[in-house]
Design a protein around this ligand. Structure first.
Ligand SMILES: *Cc1c(COP(=O)(O)O)cnc(C)c1O
Length: 460
């Protein structure tokens, strides 16, 4: 019988083109290449009246992939904190597209609801967080920060006798927001969306590695009265350093403040017995934002918002309407825990990745990336022209060349152009630096050796 919804030849074409792309990836130029005009010339005709042959459309897109796509999915991309994709996660993502589930409610997708429920339990266990915490699968770290801080806003205002979901912020008690001076920009964005703004944020000084200073927080809090939200981080975006969360949580809770942890990548350190001592006390916080698309290496987009006080999490995110079927209670309606209503079934890739890796596999992934970051730092540091600026405690290394801003920036540009590897530049404590993040499951020792050699030959 003719079934118009399956077109095997198109799926085969996508399969073939994907394999071709991934095969070439480890040896191709790593960084971005295509200029805007080049892609517009290739792809941008006036929209046709009658459409085009779908195989021709896919072929035209895929024919540019080599130049249009950065090589971030392979092992010598060290830019930002990007991460690749485990093969099983790519495959699970294809299935997710074929299944095309709207996973807002249990009734629209029992499969995703349960995959999320199981994955959330596994994650809490792996990351050493309270078993009763709730988790929402969101688009990424930014939305995870937003979701957690929305739960925080609910909780601190409810404790002050104010229902922010009903009344909004008009006439509400003032909420104090305290951030590390090196908080990620996405925390600021979340505060904007939450109506808390950026101008009145209290910034707490950091130490030489970029960690929030607990003594400075302890000094500040007695001067603040009323509802207070504090946001710390594990995994400073430059150095990978980890705030002293045990101490911060103790101080926060003495003042009945909410302590959030932005752990977009660093929270994964909890999955490693070796790294866990660095994150001591992380489980004492009230909420945690992390990414699966970074260090767990699932395809974009996937982050996780985890909240100790699940009632606050749910109150901040839930919605009801007469046309929605409410579940009987045990079933999870994913939209209770995320800002989105309809969305992609993000549970499947996380489920497939965690189940395939197991506890040891996740630990090895984390340990391997940390070991490669240390390897890179030590290979570079052997050259007298290079200086590693941070303690390489996780997967991030910051390197400066000839102790000079211009020489460092020039090294970054030349290394990017060389194409063996790719990393970005940054400014750290008023110094230009090259920022190296090892977040890809496939990065090998050999990849690091080749990359270090390419970086060293790029020093002007
Ligand atoms: C990447 C990152 C974010 C933002 O996460 P997205 O997934 O890009 O939205 C937030 N905080 C830190 C520390 C990060 O590294």
């Amino acid at each position: 019988m003719n079934n118009p919804i399956v077109d095997e030849s198109l799926l085969d074409l996508a399969h073939r083109r994907s394999v071709e792309f991934l095969r070439a990836l480890p040896e191709r130029h790593v960084g971005p290449r295509a200029a805007r005009q080049e892609l517009i010339d290739a792809w941008g005709a006036p929209l046709s009246e009658d459409g085009e042959d779908p195989a021709a459309v896919l072929d035209s897109m895929a024919s540019q992939a080599d130049r249009a796509m950065t090589g971030s999915a392979a092992g010598r991309y060290f830019g930002f904190v990007i991460g690749g994709s485990l093969p099983v996660a790519v495959a699970a993502d294809w299935l997710t597209s074929a299944w095309d589930q709207n996973c807002g409610t249990f009734s629209t997708s029992p499969g995703d609801s349960v995959a999320e429920e199981i994955s959330a339990g596994w994650l809490l266990d792996l990351l050493g967080l309270p078993k009763t915490a709730s988790a929402g699968f969101v688009t990424g770290g930014q939305t995870a920060n937003f979701t957690c801080l929305a739960a925080a806003r609910h909780w601190v205002l409810r404790n002050a006798g104010w229902n922010v979901e009903e009344e909004g912020l008009q006439g509400a008690p003032r909420v104090n927001v305290v951030l590390s001076a090196e908080a990620h920009i996405t925390v600021y964005f979340a505060l904007r969306l939450l109506g808390l703004g950026n101008a009145n944020v209290h910034k707490v000084d950091t130490d030489e590695q970029g960690r929030m200073r607990a003594d400075k927080l302890a000094e500040l809090l007695p001067h603040l009265s009323g509802p207070t939200i504090i946001s710390s981080q594990v995994g400073n975006v430059n150095t990978g350093s980890i705030d002293p969360v045990r101490e911060l949580a103790r101080i926060a809770h003495e003042h009945e403040a909410w302590l959030h942890v932005d752990g977009a990548f660093g929270l994964w350190g909890m999955a490693s017995r070796d790294r866990r001592p660095l994150l001591e006390g992380v489980q004492d916080a009230d909420s945690w934002a992390t990414d699966a698309h970074k260090w767990l290496n699932v395809p974009y987009d996937c982050g996780v918002a985890i909240v100790r006080h699940s009632a606050a999490h749910r109150a901040a995110m839930t919605l009801t309407a007469s046309y929605l079927e409410q579940t009987s209670g045990a079933e999870r309606d994913p939209f209770d825990w995320t800002p989105e209503f309809s969305r992609r079934a993000r549970g499947f890739t996380v489920y497939a990745a965690l189940r395939t890796l197991g506890r040891r596999g996740v630990e090895e992934l984390v340990d391997r990336c940390c070991a490669r970051a240390r390897q890179m730092a030590s290979l570079l540091a052997r050259d007298p022209r290079a200086r590693v600026l941070n303690d390489v405690v996780l997967n991030q290394a910051l390197v400066r060349f000839k102790d000079d801003d211009d020489a460092t920036r020039e090294t970054v540009v030349r290394a990017q152009r060389d194409g063996t590897c790719w990393m970005s530049g940054t400014t750290w404590h008023d110094m230009a630096a090259m920022r190296i993040s090892v977040s890809n499951w496939s990065t090998s020792e050999k990849d690091v050796e080749r990359s270090a050699a390419a970086i060293l030959r790029s020093i002007p």
